[in-house]
Design a binder for this molecule. Structure first.
Ligand code: BTN
Length: 177
């Protein structure tokens, strides 16, 4: 019972962190209809700190509330339309990334900073940005090459978020170990 309460509190806290990160205004880019946001940092943290199951539930809760109409995305958007927009591909990948980050970190019993960073980067940056680029090409009838190139603009910032995730998650895990 106590364990269950702790799990629920951790999931709720992570969902709250993702919501709060959405208060930071998005940075629009003129050449792609997708802004730079901070919420994907929360998605990476969810998988790296809470693991596959709890991390996915926390992001799933956030996406469910968004789908139901709460304006929780950066720039105060939300509702079913957000799941069929130029940036929806990223949102679908947000649900999968914490699962893959969590399960891979656990499977390889990763404890080092560099390996944590590599795994977070692969799924939290590369997978999300690739999925976003594929969706964007399909949704806007644009050449995939063009959306892939445009997505390169996200890589530096997203890489910093992956570095922060590795740093923060290892600190937290060490403290509670
Ligand atoms: C939305 O608010 O509708 C979703 C925005 C998705 C933005 C993506 S997440 C990965 C990449 N990195 C960013 O900073 N922005 C894009």
């Amino acid at each position: 019972m106590k364990h269950q309460t702790k799990n629920i509190a951790q999931i709720a806290l992570m969902t709250a962190i993702i919501i709060v990160l959405g208060f930071i205004p998005p940075i629009p880019l003129g050449f792609i209809p997708v802004p730079i946001v901070l919420q994907n940092l929360g998605v990476m943290l969810a998988g790296a700190i809470l693991g596959a199951r709890k991390g996915t539930i926390s992001v799933g809760l956030f996406l469910l509330m968004t789908l139901l109409g709460m304006p929780l995305l950066s720039g105060h958007s939300g509702g079913p339309a957000s799941f069929f927009s130029p940036s929806s591909g990223y949102l679908y990948a947000w649900l999968v990334a914490p699962f893959l980050i969590g399960i891979t970190l656990k499977h390889f019993n990763v404890k080092s900073f560099s390996m944590t960073f590599v795994i977070v980067w692969l799924f939290g940056v590369l997978l999300i940005d690739l999925t976003g680029a594929f969706w964007l090409a399909w949704y806007t009838h644009t050449e995939l090459k063009a959306t892939l190139i445009a997505n390169l603009a996200f890589i530096p910032g997203d890489t910093i978020k992956a570095l922060l995730t590795a740093l923060i998650s290892l600190r937290i895990k060490r403290q509670i170990a």
